[in-house]
Design a protein around this ligand. Sequence first.
Ligand code: FES
Length: 141
Amino acid sequence: MSGEFEPKIVVIACHWCTYQAINLAGTSRMKYPPNVRTIRVMCSGRTDPQFVIEAFRNGADGVLVAGCHPGDCHYVNGNMKTMRRTVLLEKMLEQMGIEKGRFRREWISAAEAKKWVDVVTEMVDQIKKLGPLKLAGRGDE
Ligand code: FES
């Protein structure tokens, strides 16, 4: 144990695309930081902004919502709903004092294991630089 800050990152991943990319990275023995806790949803459009806020309130230092590329959503336009909601959510998070970079939205297809590894590695590095999230009302203050 190095004692270095290790961020906790909650990933909300769509079953059909990003979750399959995560599996592919695993079965291909690609290495990525072990800081992620993945929650599978059938479509990124299932992500209620409240899930993200709750994740931050309950100890996450970063949250990633990821799904199929625009035009590839298995439920036609779920990811477009994700896009609209998360644009508003980003503004709300800023108002709550949650720095940019702690929340991210990405489109990662089932074949893009390398992109998954790159995104999650980049996010972990970025959040390490930001340090632990300080949020009023969180139990870890
Ligand atoms: S099914 Fe993947 S984002 Fe909708």
